[in-house]
Each structure stands twice: as structure tokens, then as C-alpha cells.
Design a protein around this ligand. Sequence first.
Ligand SMILES: Cc1cc2nc3c(=O)[nH]c(=O)nc-3n(C[C@H](O)[C@H](O)[C@H](O)COP(=O)(O)OP(=O)(O)OC[C@H]3O[C@@H](n4cnc5c(N)ncnc54)[C@H](O)[C@@H]3O)c2cc1C
Length: 409
Amino acid sequence: MVASAVVARPAIAQAIPHVVVIGGGFAGATVARLIKRLLGSDVAVTLVETNRIFTACPFSNGVIAGMRDIAAQQFTYDKIAADGVVGAPGTANLVDTQARTIAVGDGTRLRYDRLVLAPGIDIRWDALPGYDEAAAETMPHAWKAGQQTLLLRAQLEAMEDGGLVVISAPANPFRCPPGPYERASLIAHYLKTRKPKSKLIVLDAKDQFSKQRLFQNAWKELYPGLLEWVSLSNGGKVTSVDPSTNTLITDFDRHQAKVANVIPPQKAGRITELAGVADKSGWCPIDPVTFESKLQPNIHVLGDATIAGAMPKSAFTANAQAKVCAAAIAKLVRGEKPDEPKLINTCYSLVAPDYGIHVAGVYHPVNGVLNEIEGSGGVSKVDAPAATRAMEATFADAWFNTITSEVFG
Ligand SMILES: Cc1cc2nc3c(=O)[nH]c(=O)nc-3n(C[C@H](O)[C@H](O)[C@H](O)COP(=O)(O)OP(=O)(O)OC[C@H]3O[C@@H](n4cnc5c(N)ncnc54)[C@H](O)[C@@H]3O)c2cc1C
């Protein structure tokens, strides 16, 4: 990088505050757009994003199972730019908290008054012996949507009927707690309908998981003998992998898979480490009213990267947090006190194309953390009829269309 790179700032009067947002996913794209809407010409907002096209993870399990095209997951930043947010394409690779500047890969430097980090997750490449970036090319994680999603899809398509598919699910916390089980369900649906002699094993580093009873009841009903879940207590934790033979190793067994989907341990996106806002856990402690970092002033952190108490790492959560943060930043810029928020999350999962389930909760700050408001949440009824499951599948679809059109449309 060129040390003397220009300190770029939008062509505006010096007095106007500049908010820089790093990461244009569900949290970052939302917060950038809303701050601009709330403060108009009283603020300059720049969005730094690596990719020119965003590929969404929610519903990407449907792509893996052959139910939808990857194009249905992809969105541009055109509408966000049309709202007055300045795009800075590239990867931010430096945050200087003293000078309040960040640097983008091409050497561009941007000065900020407030910085919002919404980088999502990174894989912990050092956490699972045998699993590195090269291994992910044969044993895809598909936990960031795009090329990895298509790779896993292609492997399933290429597999002969009768093959063994193995998914390994990580310990908490990780992006999208119900995600591995939705994936297992939809892959099972694909195998049942297209390759019925095949088998799917889920090796889990946990004994409990989100919407567990609903998933397990549905598996018994829809995929008996096809989908097997192995809990931590039953030796499900994968301790290493061997990509040369597509083998997942636990304390008790070796599973040689035809298709291996390794969902590895994760951490907040790397830029949070560089900014000094991630703690030893790899995630970022935040003030639950403003989402300002507890470790660095004037830097806010949103979405999957945060330690958000009881709120799960979901796109719904990321979007809700971004709305609260945008309102708080607007107040702070005006010298006003931010309001105490209440945040909602709803996570839909598909167990089959016409079988949806959900979990929902409402959260508020209590003693510096986000707690679930007692009695606010709930899950789909265990004994709901097929018509309700089918309706929930349409709700899931409607949710995806609504959130993506709100964030990118
Ligand atoms: C298989 C799967 C299914 C899921 N299903 C659901 C679901 O049904 N419902 C739901 O609510 N959630 C779901 N999720 C979870 C959801 O995808 C995430 O919680 C959500 O994307 C988090 O939003 P975010 O803004 O924090 O991160 P992201 O949406 O990942 O956005 C982060 C962005 O930051 C960019 N970035 C990172 N670092 C930099 C940098 N240094 N410089 C520039 N840009 C950078 C990245 O390119 C990316 O675009 C699912 C996840 C998976 C994996």
C-alpha cells in the first residue's frame, strides 16, 4: 500500500460528519442507507464493500438442494448509491483509531467521524486440524454464499445414488444457529427425491440446537433412515479432517464421505481484529443501545460480528440492529440521547420445500447486554397440521423477498 495515499473525503463542507461503513451485507447496507435517509445532507456516508454483487446466505440452502438458482440470491448496490451513499469498492485492511482513518485495498484512505463495522464472519482456519482454505475447495463450508454454495451443489449433483453425505456442525456461537439443520433437511429432501439409496449424517459439536424438537420430529416423518444426527455426547464432534480422502474424524469414528460439508468454527470478520474491537472470544462486545464498541470509541459494530447477548446471528437480527444503530447515530450526530431500543428476530427454516418452521424473540438491553423479553418469543407449534407448515414455507419466502427488497431494492 502507498503510505502517502490521499486522504479521501467526499466533496462536502468539512463540518459535515462523515460516517464510513465497512461491509455491505444485511447490517452494513441497511445502516448506510438509513443514516443517509435520517440525516440527509447533514451527513456523508461511504460504504466500503469487497464485492460489487452481494450474494445472500438466507435461502442459499435451497440453491444447494437444487430448489432455486444462485441468481435469486444476488443483489447490486445501485439503489443504495442512488440514495446518496458513496460506494468505495474494495476490502478495508486497516483502521487507524488515532487518526480516525481506514484504508481500502487500493490504498485509498478515508477519514471518519464515526465508523460502522459490519463485516459478518470469517472462518477460523486454525481451529479444526486439517481444515484450511485449500481443504475448503474439496470439503466446502458454504457458510459464505457464492462460489462455495455452487461447489457444494455441484458435488451433490455429481454424487452417485447410494453415496454418503456428511455435514459437520460447529459449537456455539456461529452464524445462523438453525442453518446446519435446515441444510441437512433440504439436502435430505434432494436425496430422498433424486438419490434415495444415499445417506446423510450430521456430526454435531453440540447436544442441543435451535428448533431441535421441530426439526427432529420432521426428520422422523419425512426422512426416516436417511438422515442421522449424531450429538456431541454420542461422539459427534469432528476433531480433524483429512481432505485427501474426504474423511471427517471424531473421537470414536472416521467417516469417509462422498460429499463432505464442513461448517467450521467462526469469528467476527477480520477487520474487527485490525480495529481492536474484537475480544479474546473473536467476537465484538457492544453497547446494546448504540452498538458502539465497548473497546473503541466512535466505532460501532453490527450483525454477526457482535456479541449480542441472546440475539442469534441472523440476517433478521443484523437488519434490526442496523436500524437501531442508524437511529442512535442520527441522535448522536445531533447531540441528542439515543432511545432504549427493542429488537425483534424471526428465523424461518425450511425442512422441505412446502414445510416451514420458525423461532421468534423480542430483545432489550438489560445491564449492558441484550436479553430476551420474557414471554415474548416462541416457536412453531409441535403438532401443527401440514397446511400450517406449508403456510410457514410461504411466510419464509415472503420474509426473504421483503428483507432483500428493503435492504437492496
Ligand atoms: C446457510 C445459511 C442460511 C441462512 N439462513 C438465514 C435465514 O433464513 N434467516 C436469517 O435471518 N439469517 C440466515 N442466515 C444468517 C445470515 O446470512 C447472517 O446472519 C447475515 O448475513 C449477517 O449479516 P451481516 O451484515 O452481519 O454479514 P453479511 O451479510 O455476511 O455481510 C458482511 C459483508 O461485509 C463484507 N466485508 C467483510 N469484510 C470486509 C472488509 N474488510 N472490507 C469490505 N467489505 C467487507 C462482505 O463482503 C459482506 O458483503 C443464514 C446463513 C447461512 C450461512
